[in-house]
Write a protein that binds this ligand. Structure first.
Ligand code: CAA
Length: 283
């Protein structure tokens, strides 16, 4: 399958990162969100990212114009009529996702693949909202999408081999390393990473170490590029909690119980870098 035009749905941290990577890899990109102000903010961020690359001598100013010119914004699914692939990176809410997949199924051409960047939700359930469950697949990028090399490729129950092959090819063209994962909550990385971050929050709550001590220990003792609490701030504490809650519900096992402090942080609105406060302050 020859994929040329990609719609990225959701212009938040992950959506704009994915749009940037897709444009850099030669794809025409349509960045869709519900409000023009979100699109404008994302495009400004992407442009800034490209400018940094120009300033570092990693990209010419002409290349920047050309690559940035491949990204168009839209607030309408009607514009999906000529896309070959949709990468959905909207809120982690299954009811919302099902509504969105139903609409995408109606607006996208028959051959288009619908891929979800979900962190932990069921691809099979999203696919069931469409009449093309063979063309619905998980394509999970990692934050920051511009830098992290992995893409998990996750089939739902009815996903075809052709769809998996096409997504694997797109991931490689984006200079990522695709790894296949079975459909199971959190797939591979989050299944292992999120309980570890949750444990770090429990350790903090028990006073085993301070925020800085826990992060320093995990960086220097376990070779992590950033400590688990700084990582939670970067990913979003609400996202970490949402994944932890999916595990607790789906596995029905107390070992996945989300830390109380994680819930308190979300209730207080301290969601990490994006709100200016998480375990650390970003003011
Ligand atoms: N967006 C775009 N580019 C970024 C970036 C961002 N947010 N953060 C860093 N970069 C780029 C920098 O511009 C720099 O690029 P160049 O090499 O071209 O100059 C490069 O990344 C290295 O950055 P720095 O030197 O500033 O910092 P660093 O070497 O410490 O790397 C990091 C920063 C890549 C974030 C690194 O700390 C890291 O790998 N952290 C762990 C990230 C991680 O585990 N992500 C997965 C989270 S889990 C997830 O995403 C799944 C989910 O579903 C919740």
């Amino acid at each position: 399958m020859n994929i040329k035009k990609i719609a990225v749905l959701g212009s938040g941290t992950m959506g704009s990162g994915i749009a940037q990577v897709a444009a850099q890899s030669g794809y025409e990109v349509l960045l869709i969100d519900v409000d023009q102000k979100f699109i404008d903010r994302a495009l400004a961020g992407i442009s800034k990212g490209f400018q940094k690359a120009v300033d570092k001598g990693k990209m010419t100013a002409e290349d920047k114009e050309q690559v940035f010119g491949r990204i168009k914004g839209s607030i309408s699914y009607e514009d999906c009529k000529d896309v070959d692939l949709v990468i959905e990176a909207i809120l982690e809410n299954m009811d919302l996702k099902k509504q969105v997949y139903k609409q995408l199924d109606e607006k996208c051409p028959d051959h288009a693949i619908l891929a979800s960047n979900t962190s932990s939700l069921s691809i099979t359930e999203m696919a069931a909202a469409t009449k093309r469950s063979d063309k619905v697949v998980g394509m999970h990028f990692f934050n920051p999408a511009q830098v992290m090399k992995l893409v998990e490729v996750i089939p739902g129950l009815d996903t075809s081999e052709e769809t998996i092959a096409a997504i694997t090819e797109v991931a490689k063209k984006m200079n990522k390393v695709p790894v296949n994962a079975k459909e199971s909550p959190g797939f591979i990385v989050n299944r292992i990473l999120v309980p570890m971050i949750n444990e770090a929050v429990i350790a903090l709550g028990e006073g085993i170490g301070t925020i800085e001590e826990i992060d320093t220990a995990m960086k220097l003792g376990a070779g992590m590029p950033m400590g688990p609490l700084a990582l939670a701030d970067m990913v979003g504490i609400d996202i970490v909690l949402a994944v932890a809650e999916v595990f607790y519900k789906e596995f029905a096992d107390s070992k996945y119980r989300p830390a109380l402090l994680l819930k308190q942080m979300v209730r207080a609105g301290h969601l990490g870098v994006k709100t200016g406060r998480g375990f650390y302050s970003y003011q």
